[in-house]
Design a protein around this ligand. Structure first.
Ligand code: ARG
Length: 562
């Protein structure tokens, strides 16, 4: 569509003779809301100001002057010049192009193979994988796929939260009330309940807090017992998390978490001292950000302990050194935006030119009955159970509809997981989402199931038409044309989705394709034997290509039958 807009602008530029530049014309060109207004339109208000002439008059004159084989007709409607594309020709070109390119349709080379680091998922060990971490995981993974489609090399980094004073609490709790076997049999649940118990008991026994501090200090000093427990909690937690990652079918390039930077932070602190950026404030060491009207960035606590920010600064320096990223994205909830603002500014003050390529990509909360879910009090939905539940519901759904289906288990998994991912990605990321399994698995409506089902339906038509091949003619009926125009805009949608780090653009687009396909299918007799049969079958092939590839970008599978 971008190309066609450019061509229309070039055509208009001839009779306009420099009154407006090509760029100006291009930005004025519109895609009309209603098909009766054509496929593309040029409003004459700007020209009317320049020429001091009625826009209607200008539109009428322009329409009669313009000629191009690209258009079936060009006509004036009031102040607009409306162009109706040559459907026959363009639809044929578009279909040939999509079928030729197959899965690479929509790929671009703008990224030039440059690397983009994506900090995503990053759950905290010994705590449940929260809904927020799920959002980070699926949004980050989709952005990675989209970046790759645009020619970048994504590097997915799982910055595991495996360090901090909470491990002192956990060790203290385990020493008091823990049991090895119980932890092994259900690590996250057990560790969480130890953590919750710690907070409860500490309300009446404040000395527990001191004990926890002592354990954390031991951990920082590499005490053997403390380290062994920490390692064990970490391993058990990672095992649990990997169950979720394998359900979601998501892989990471590294799991370097916060603890990885323990022996690298001293250098960061030295660097800050060298540049004269570190100042003292109430015994703590900070980088002041007064000139940006921001609170100072905390580097070292009064007891010498380093902080979340120190680790993130160190990680950023490490990543630039390691991957030479052209962009560095952090897929983290919007509640951490101050933290990232501070980190990026401190790096700029350190004189890192690449700091301006760092982007916090924030997102909203997942709510249950309008409220945020919290870990502290143990009121939390365990994510693996949620995904399993979605898979179970998907299986029931298959049993009811298509009991004969082969590999039911696998398809149920693809539907259940797809439902969870799509439910998230169809929303603009900054919006809060109300969590509802029931909504996720609705057949009609904005669900992954609907898109997957439409894809499977298209595949089944192709199976019936398996000997139909070739493409002699285009398609010019309204339903086919609308659908083809939408398929033509896939490459632009991918670009836009990448530029805004907004996978929802693709999710919404897939909804449009699915809806338009279903409209087409209910109005056009596809398998009727006439001279456009091959073209209609080609259109359906093109639809399966775009739906499957679009779903893949979101991290969702597209079963052929379901
Ligand atoms: N573990 C953190 C949390 O759960 C998220 C880490 C995000 N990434 C980062 N580089 N700070 O809140």
């Amino acid at each position: 569509m971008v190309k066609l807009k450019k061509q229309f602008a070039a055509l208009l530029a001839q009779p306009l003779n420099g009154e407006l530049s090509i760029q100006e014309i291009e930005t004025l060109v519109e895609i009309p809301r209603h098909p009766s207004q054509g496929d593309i339109a040029f409003p004459c208000f700007a020209l009317s100001k320049i020429r001091k002439q009625a826009p209607q008059t200008i539109a009428a004159k322009l329409a009669s002057d313009l000629r191009s084989s690209l258009f079936e007709k060009i006509e004036a409607q009031g102040p607009y010049v409306n162009g109706f594309f040559n459907r026959e020709e363009l639809s044929k070109q578009a279909l040939v192009n999509i079928l030729n390119e197959g899965n690479s349709y929509g790929s671009a080379t703008v990224g030039n193979g440059e690397s983009i680091t994506i900090d995503l998922s990053s759950p905290n060990i010994a705590k449940p994988f929260s809904m927020g971490h799920l959002r980070s995981t699926v949004i980050g993974n989709a952005i990675g796929n989209i970046a790759e489609k645009c020619g970048y090399q994504p590097i997915r980094i799982n910055h595991i939260g495996d360090w901090g004073t909470q491990f002192g609490k956990l060790i203290a709790a385990y020493k008091h009330w823990g049991d090895e076997q119980t932890v092994i049999s259900n690590p996250i649940k057990e560790l969480l309940s130890l953590y919750v118990r710690f907070h409860k008991e500490a309300e009446t026994q404040p000395e527990l807090e001191n004990e926890a501090r002592r354990w954390f200090k031991k951990l920082e000093e590499k005490d053997e017992e403390a380290t062994a427990l920490w390692k064990w909690f970490r391993e058990e937690s990672l095992k649990e998390f990997s169950k979720i990652y394998s359900l979601l079918d998501i892989e990471f390039d590294t799991f370097h978490g916060e603890a990885f930077y323990n022996d690298k932070m001293e250098k960061t602190v030295e660097l800050l001292v060298e540049r004269g950026l570190l100042t003292e404030s109430d015994g703590a060491e900070v980088v002041r950000l007064d000139e940006h009207d921001l609170p100072p960035c905390l580097i070292k606590k009064s007891d010498g302990a380093t902080l979340y920010a120190t680790r993130d600064l160190t990680a950023a320096l490490y990543r630039q050194n390691m991957y030479h990223f052209t962009k560095s994205l952090y897929i983290v909830g919007h509640e951490q935006s101050l933290h990232f603002q501070q980190i990026f500014l401190v790096l700029q003050k350190l004189g890192c030119p690449w700091a301006k390529e760092m982007v916090h990509v924030p997102f909203g909360f997942i709510l249950k009955d309008g409220k945020k879910m919290s870990t502290r009090k143990g009121k939390i939905v365990l994510l693996e159970e949620v995904i399993q539940e979605a898979i179970t519901l998907a299986k029931q759904n298959i049993e009811a509809r298509n009991p004969e289906l082969s590999d039911k288990e696998e398809v149920a998994k693809q539907i259940g997981v797809g439902a969870v991912i799509f439910h998230d990605l169809k929303n603009e990321r900054l919006n809060n989402i109300e969590f509802s399994l029931e909504d996720m698995l609705k057949f009609e409506g904005e669900t992954g199931l609907y898109v997957q089902y439409t894809h499977a339906r298209a595949c089944s038509i192709l199976r019936k038409a398996k000997n139909v091949n070739g493409l002699e003619k285009g398609l010019n009926d309204d339903y086919s044309w609308q659908l083809i125009k939408t398929l033509m805009s896939f490459p632009e949608v991918i670009q836009k989705s990448f530029n805004r780090y907004e996978p929802s653009q693709i999710a919404k687009y897939l909804m449009d394709v699915a809806q338009e396909f279903n409209m087409f299918y209910s109005h056009v007799k596809v398998l009727q034997d006439d001279n456009r049969l091959e073209s209609r079958v080609s259109l359906i092939k093109a639809v399966t290509i775009v739906l499957k590839e679009g779903l893949r970008l979101l991290g969702i599978k597209a079963p052929q039958q379901m």
